[in-house]
Design a binder for this molecule. Structure first.
Ligand code: ASP
Length: 285
């Protein structure tokens, strides 16, 4: 199938307690609908991914932006990245503090020579571009949902792909710790001719396996569902949980995870917005 546009979002690879499932579905639905509005209006894949992630960064359900978890020092350090499949432009920030929307700082960086800024330098760049500051910490959200990063991949009706990620990292990690989310070839990647991917999960494991890069390599030969399944199967080599979403250049969506749940939303012109809490729901259609 060739779709005019398509989007897939995720709200983390994790176990979702029954009473939290509705929040995860609603959050993914809202994010997918925000991207849909951009794409239906003829907007770009980059703007669609930003729109979806903006919604999730403001939703305390997710460990990104407002809902970010604290590190071992009790501080909130966030990572985010945005990549364009058109020209492989990339903006990424790591261990940034004090901003409301890390994804928008990453987006601004798409125009800059630097690809990845960290810590104080990232915060200074955010101040230079007038990025909004974050509100106080949100009310404590039950944080048995370990991996809770958000991500999005979109295809626009000009055939452009984009992928993004945003995260508060993992609960209680060392100050300065950076996971897979802002690292190209690990937490995300996009290239118009091949597809786009975005991950959640145990960042150290995803980094060690360079999982996004593996999927991009496989997409030349495998269909998108087989490529994401193969990537998640690699997790057995290093341990840990992960989930990944992907689109191929025709807008076919796929996802895979070895966590109990993976909160996902999709939207395309034929099927509108749909949400899933695991792969079986999706494959059973
Ligand atoms: N992958 C993220 C990290 O390791 C965490 C997550 O997916 O929740 O920073």
């Amino acid at each position: 199938v060739v779709r005019a546009w398509s989007v897939i979002v995720h709200g983390g690879a994790k176990t979702i307690r029954p009473e939290r499932q509705i929040h995860n579905r609603t959050g993914c639905e809202t994010a997918a609908a925000a991207a849909q509005a951009v794409l239906e209006g003829g907007g770009s894949a980059i703007d669609a991914v930003e729109a979806a992630i903006l919604a999730m960064e403001d939703d305390p359900t997710f460990n990104a932006g407002y809902g970010s978890v604290q590190n071992a020092d009790g501080d909130i350090e966030m990572d985010a990245a945005l990549m364009s499949g058109v020209d492989l432009s990339l903006g990424a920030i790591a261990a940034i503090r004090g901003v409301r929307h890390p994804i928008s700082v990453a987006k601004a960086l798409l125009q800059d020579k630097a690809v990845l800024l960290v810590g104080d330098g990232a915060a200074r760049y955010a101040a230079e571009i007038g990025a909004e500051l974050r509100a106080d910490s949100p009310p404590a959200v039950p944080s048995d949902e370990a991996c809770n990063t958000v991500g999005c991949v979109a295809l626009d009706n000009a055939g452009r792909l984009a992928a993004g990620t945003s995260t508060g990292g993992l609960n209680g990690v060392r100050a300065g710790r950076v996971g897979d989310s802002p690292i190209p070839g690990c937490g995300l990647y996009a290239e118009d001719a091949l597809g786009g991917v975005s991950f959640s999960g145990d960042g150290e494991s995803i980094l060690r396996l360079a999982l996004a890069a593996r999927i991009m390599g496989d997409l030349a030969a495998l269909d998108v569902q087989a490529a994401v399944d193969a990537a998640i199967a690699q997790m057995g080599r290093v341990g840990g949980e992960a989930g990944c979403i992907a689109l191929d250049p025709r807008g076919n969506a796929a996802f895979a995870h070895n966590s109990e749940h993976f909160a996902v939303g999709t939207a395309d012109p034929e099927q509108g917005v749909r949400t899933f809490l695991n792969q079986k729901e999706f494959l059973d259609g």
